[in-house]
Ligand binder design. Structure first.
Ligand code: FMN
Length: 147
């Protein structure tokens, strides 16, 4: 199993409809190729994790890089991983506010990836951070709401 993590700049602000079109395209194609992953959009930037066979991901990345909807791709990771972090998702998606995007991007920065515990991939670190930011706050909200 292999993964590629990159960030890019949307060439212009994406509407909800445009994001839905992009996701439908990506999910359909990924399902056929055995690719899973995560796409985060915020502050007019993308952060994507792609998981699959190395021979599939290399050409897919090159293909996506030519897409005029974004530019300035920066690859954060391109390596073998023990397992998928997004096994159930042909492409999970989350739109986030600018501040949250910056914080998530920090988790796949080269400095942070170097500091990681062995065995924890960039995607896992990102997943953990997303769980912390999205899942835990809502769990907390529920538990503190009067019933
Ligand atoms: C940020 C971003 C992420 C994308 N992710 C994927 C993806 O995971 N899988 C995929 O097949 N296409 C993805 N695409 C779409 C491809 O760039 C391309 O539009 C699609 O594969 C259709 O290509 P085609 O028109 O040459 O058939 C993504 C595009 C953007 C802008």
């Amino acid at each position: 199993m292999h993964h590629i993590i990159y960030m890019s700049q949307a060439t212009r602000a994406m509407t909800d409809d445009e994001l839905a079109t992009l996701l439908a395209q990506a999910r359909h194609a990924n399902e056929e190729r055995g690719v899973t992953g995560l796409l985060v959009y915020g502050a007019q930037q993308f952060l994507q994790v792609m998981e699959g066979d190395e021979q599939v991901l290399g050409p897919l990345y090159e293909h996506i890089a030519k897409d005029s909807r974004h530019t300035g791709l920066i690859k954060m990771a391109d390596k073998a991983v023990n397992q998928r972090s997004f096994a159930d998702w042909s492409m999970a998606f989350q739109a986030v506010p600018a501040e949250q995007f910056a914080s998530l991007a920090g988790y796949v920065s080269p400095e942070n990836l170097r500091l990681q515990v062995p065995g924890l991939s960039g995607a896992d670190a990102l997943l953990l951070e997303m769980a912390r930011q999205f899942v835990l706050p809502s769990t907390h909200d529920k538990s503190t709401k009067p019933s």
